[in-house]
Write a protein that binds this ligand. Structure first.
Ligand code: PLP
Length: 402
């Protein structure tokens, strides 16, 4: 069995009668059997966590803590308590915007980029409305990469936080994180990385990246929906106020006084997504066992095949770098004169699953002077037949729609 066949055999999706050519992995990936089984096992015999002393409740609490430890290993976190479970990347990014936001003064600056997904754009616009912070925005190069050369000009003494994507969900471009972290350190600013797109392409080393926060969603890395992670450097989390409040996140509560639990509990108000976190733990555990060098090679070969195939269509314009070295296999393209929704519709009828539109990144499309794009996003279980089906379908779409 080839590596791709071995991988596919582990996904219930590929056991279905007619799985489509699934190329919408940047929106959500398929779930791994281990994640599904772990989640089902937890739900079949469950109790709430961190609350009761009977055996079932203790087992739940233990399994939830074990999931946290697995995610910490996946991220190479310095401590398990640096991992906060949220409902997803969006919730993790909002958590930082609110909690760090509460510590900022009017006139303090937050730097983002024009490549951000709305979930790392809108929370900062809202913070600007609430607190009078100044929002600065790193521009894009013509091929959609973030112009990190502008860091020198845009990171001022008032910069308190740089919130930036690790990889664009539109262009596939991977950010030069070292340049961002170096610029932030010069002025004592924090760094938040939106890792939503990165995590399905292999374990991440937060210590090596050198940022202060890392956000991602489970459903984009072969785990269940409904859970995500905010990793935060312990010393940074400890000095932040909570975002959501309620049960499980307090120290002492009375009418006169209120104190908060230490992180991560401080940031996990209410009953957490226990089964989903356990499913995510199983997914990342599996991810850590994979031969990533081989997978990256296969992903790069498929990406090259897709880019070369698209280049044969004169009506197609690529949105994103053509350079294979610093990008993930997320490929967005315009088809001259045809709306992306129509391209996706025709391809969908041919069992090729793509996404079209502005991909929750309107500022990026405005910066690149584009009305929207069709996107193919590849994952470790995709093969040449998926790419070829896309290219053949595109040829048909051009005939039908031109
Ligand atoms: N950030 C990026 C770069 C994304 O691509 C996405 C989702 O597509 C998100 C954040 C938000 O993720 P979620 O909807 O899982 O919260």
């Amino acid at each position: 069995m080839s590596l791709i066949e071995q991988l596919r055999a582990q996904f219930p999706f590929y056991a279905a009668a007619n799985p489509c050519h699934y190329l919408d992995n940047a929106a959500t990936s398929q779930i791994h059997q281990q994640a599904l089984a772990a989640m089902a096992g937890q739900e079949a015999s469950r109790a709430n966590v961190h609350r009761s002393p009977y055996r079932l409740a203790e087992a739940s609490t233990h399994a939830y803590g074990e999931a946290r430890a697995r995610v910490a290993r996946f991220l190479n976190a310095a401590a398990n308590d640096e991992v906060v479970f949220t409902s997803g990347a969006t919730a993790a990014l909002n958590l930082v915007a609110y909690s760090v936001g509460e510590t900022l003064q009017a006139g303090d600056e937050v730097l983002i980029s024009a490549a951000e997904h709305h979930s790392n754009f809108v929370p900062w616009l809202r913070l600007r409305e609430r607190s009078g912070i100044r929002l600065r925005v790193l521009p894009l190069l013509p091929d959609g990469r973030i112009a990190t050369a502008s860091l020198a000009e845009l990171v001022t003494e008032r910069c308190r936080l740089i919130a930036i994507t690790h990889c664009s969900n539109v262009t596939g471009a991977v950010t030069d994180v070292a340049a961002v972290v170096a610029a932030a350190r010069k002025v004592g600013a924090l760094v938040l990385l939106d890792g939503a797109q990165q995590v399905q392409h292999g374990p991440v080393d937060v210590q090596m990246l050198g940022a202060d926060f890392y956000a991602f969603s489970s459903h984009k890395c072969f785990g269940p929906t409904g859970v995500g992670v905010l990793w935060g450097r312990q010393a940074v989390l400890e000095r932040l106020p909570p975002f959501m409040t309620g049960g499980g996140m307090v120290g002492e509560v009375s009418l006169e006084s209120l104190s908060f639990a230490a992180p991560p509990a401080r940031f996990e108000a209410g009953t957490p997504p226990v089964a989903q976190a356990i499913g995510l733990g199983a997914a990342v555990d599996w991810l850590m066992t994979l031969p990533w060098a081989e997978i990256h090679q296969a992903e790069s070969a498929l990406l090259a095949r897709l880019l070369a195939g698209l280049a044969t269509f004169p009506a197609v314009r690529l949105i994103g770098p053509a350079d294979l070295a610093r990008r993930l296999p997320i490929v967005s393209f315009e088809v001259r004169g045809i709306h992306p929704h129509d391209v996706c519709q025709v391809l969908g009828e041919r069992q090729v699953a793509l996404r079209g539109g502005n991909h929750c990144a309107q500022p990026l499309f405005a910066a690149l002077n584009s009305a929207g794009a069709t996107r193919a996003s590849l994952a470790l279980y995709n093969d040449a037949a998926d790419v070829d089906a896309l290219l053949a379908g595109l040829e048909d779409a051009l005939k039908v729609l031109s």
